[in-house]
Each structure stands twice: as C-alpha cells, then as structure tokens.
Design a protein around this ligand. Structure first.
Ligand SMILES: [Zn+2]
Length: 414
C-alpha cells in the first residue's frame, strides 16, 4: 500500500516499486522494476519487441519526495534487435538522455539555472558543478534539437555580434525583433556564419524576411543580400549607436596615447580604460560622480568633446520626421565628420556614401531593435557568471535558455 502511494507520486509509467529504503533524513532510495508484460522500447528501432539480452541497473535522481532527495534504481534492459541484429539499450522516455536524472528533475535544474548561476543552483540541489553542467547541457541539447532545428522563421530580424572571449572571439546572434527572442547563434562573425543561418532557415523562409537590422558590417550585408532577397537592410538607432560608440572609443584611445606620451597624468586618469564606459554610456544613466568626470574630461580635452558631439549628432538623425529630412541631415553630418580629422568618424562618413539607404530604410517603419541591447547586457551577465562555460556550444545553449525559446519562464518546456 505504502509503495503504491509513492508510486502515485513518481511519474514512472510501466514500472512498479520493489523496495524503498530511507537510510537517512536526506535521501530516499527507490528500487523499481518494469511490469513483466511491458517490454522496453528498443533504442535501435524505436519499437517494443522480444529478445531480452541482459539487464543493467542505473541510478537516476528524481525530484524530491517530501523534501528528501530521491534516487531511482532502474533496471535498464538491453535487447537484441531483429532489425539490425545488434544489442540496444532500451529507451526510457522519462529519463533525460546523457544525464543520470529523470526528465522531471532535469526540468527542475533547468528552471533554476535559468534564473541563477549554475553554482547557486548546484548548492540548492546538492549537486556539484560538474553534475549541474552535465544535466543542464543534456536537457538544453535535447530542447535545442526539438525546437531550434531548423531555426524558427522570422519576419523582422536583427543581427548582432557579441564578444564571448578576449582577443576578438565573437558570436553572431539573430534576434526575432517581433517575438523578442534570440532564435539562432553561432561562433564567428564572417559572412559564412550568417550564411549558415540563412541556409538552415531554407530558401522559402529567407524570402519571407522583410527587414534585417544590422550594424553595417560588410560580411553581414553580403550574406543578407544573397539570401534574404526581399528584405530591406536597416541601420537602426541601436546599431548606429554601437558603430558611433566604437568610433568615439577610437578617439579616446588615441587621446590616451597622446596623454601618455606627454605624461599628462590628469588626462590619462580621465581617458584610461576604466573611464571608457562613462563615455559610451547614455548620459541619462550616469551617476553624479560620473557626470562630473565626463564634464571635466570635455573641459580639458577638446577632441573627445568634439567626438562626443559627432556621435550625438549622428544619432540625431533618428529623431527626425521622415526620410526627406534625414537625407539632408545625413549629408550635412558626413561633411562635418570628414572634416573632423578623426579617422574613425571619417571612416563612418565614407561608408555612409553606400549605406545611407540603410539609415533611410529605418524611416519606413521605424522598427526598434533595442531588444538587442537588453540581450547583449544579459549575455554579458551570463558571461560573468559563467566561469563554468568551458565550451562555446554550452554557452550558445545558455544564450537560448536566457534570451530565447529555451527560456522556461517564457515558454512551456517539456
Ligand atoms: Zn529493435
């Protein structure tokens, strides 16, 4: 009777409980066995058939029972398959493949690791880093196969690169701007990388894409022109901000180099790497101390002040009413940038000769890809809490877990 009650709590169709042992307060151990009439599902052919070869016991952790960790001792059967004559282990539907846990427990781990670090999730569940990593990865890999191959079709996308490691290791993310999810990612930022996205999407779905927001990188543009043949390419405010910020940072770097040469300690202190984000941050988000630092920097260093104004006036185009206003404004800005003497801004000005239409395209529906900025911040945070992300494949999955269709807080996952 008691066993039947416990059986009701476990989700183990086709099995009965043989023995329950409670060695201590912390854990409960349950030995189960399949009903005789239930043959296992052969992993070779996916069917049930006779031909039992041998049985091997496995232990899988399940969700807690009455606050105690629960371990199931499961006899796994091996069958000689009539289809290929080889021995195959049975597939148990409620076991997470590749991890010695039930799917229910895997879900528990996944729910925790989607709101906190693996370390903290591990502490809560009584698992070590290695165990959390193995369970988390196995589950995410399965969900990835189920949901993201091929990648879901989108109408409006944003393509972004994020650094995932020092020394310019990049990752390309594709964001569905309407659904506000990352739908695809891969290592690198070359044209071939984005080609892989479009190819896995398929020709038909590529043709359905209406807009692609990007930062103007040649690699992404050439790939998009080749595949998303009906899409308009858009340089929106978010991507333009990235571009202008990079240009501004170049000016900071060259002023820092000059300051070092002149042993100008005050300027070095104001332009060193630690101050970088003060320059790049949105002015509204600066603390009082940061605003004071910025003010001082602008006072003592004209070039940086000038470059900041150039960046702001570049972004000013997005506050205009329409395309017509924008054209005149952009040519005015290009003139100004060409005369600035800053190589990084001159480069943007020249690139605008070809790419001004991408800015103008933005005025067609003024769609924002600001969600990308939120994702980039999330990814940065993931990276910080991720000294466990030894492999890029796992990191890619974690991005889907926190910013995409593998997020249990936003989507029902099984
Ligand atoms: Zn078989």
């Amino acid at each position: 009777m008691r066993h039947n009650n416990i059986r009701g709590l476990l989700r183990i169709p086709g099995y009965k409980i043989k023995e329950v042992s409670e060695k201590n307060e912390a854990a409960i151990h349950i030995r189960i066995e399949p009903y005789k009439r239930h043959e296992g599902i052969c992993s070779g052919c996916g069917k049930q058939h006779k031909g039992l070869h041998s049985v091997r016991e496995m232990v899988a952790e399940d969700v807690r029972l009455g606050g105690r960790r629960a371990f199931l001792y499961i006899p796994k059967r091996r069958y000689k398959c009539p289809k290929d004559g080889r021995i195959h282990t049975e597939t148990i539907e409620w076991i997470e493949l590749g991890a010695r846990v039930t799917k229910a427990f895997g879900r528990e781990v996944n729910r925790l690791t989607s709101i906190t670090t693996n370390q903290e999730a591990g502490w809560f569940l009584g698992l070590n880093d290695e165990q959390v990593y193995r369970i988390d990865k196995a589950m995410l890999e399965r969900l990835f196969e189920e949901r993201l191959i091929p990648p879901p079709a989108s109408t409006n996308i944003s393509v972004d690169e994020v650094a995932w490691k020092k020394h310019h290791r990049y990752l390309t993310n594709v964001v569905d701007v309407d659904e506000k999810v990352i739908t695809w990612n891969d290592k690198g930022r070359k044209a071939e990388v984005l080609d892989r996205y479009y190819e896995s999407l398929g020709k038909e779905n590529c043709e359905k894409i209406q807009s692609v927001a990007l930062d103007g990188a040649r690699t992404y543009i050439s790939s998009t022109v080749n595949h998303a043949v009906n899409a308009s390419i858009v340089l929106d405010r978010f991507h333009a901000t990235q571009k202008a910020s990079q240009a501004l940072d170049q000016v900071r770097k060259s002023e820092l180099a000059k300051a070092r040469e002149n042993k100008d300690e005050e300027l070095i202190a104001l332009t060193n790497c630690k101050q970088r984000f003060i320059l790049l941050k949105n002015k509204k988000n600066l603390s009082d101390a940061q605003a004071t630092t910025l003010k001082k920097l602008c006072e003592i260093n004209q070039p940086i002040y000038k470059a900041m104004l150039l960046k702001e006036s570049f972004l000013g185009v997005y506050d205009l009413k329409d395309e017509d206003e924008a054209i005149g404004y952009m040519y005015g800005w290009m003139d100004e940038a060409l005369q600035s003497g800053f190589p990084s801004f001159i480069e943007i000005a020249w690139s605008m000769v070809d790419k001004i239409e991408y800015v103008l395209n933005w005025f067609k529906d003024k769609r924002s890809s600001a969600i990308s900025e939120g994702f980039n911040n999330k990814i940065k945070r993931l990276k910080r809490m991720a000294y466990g992300y030894r492999d890029i494949e796992y990191f890619k999955l974690k991005i889907h877990q926190h910013c995409g269709y593998l997020n249990p807080r936003r989507f029902q996952l099984n």
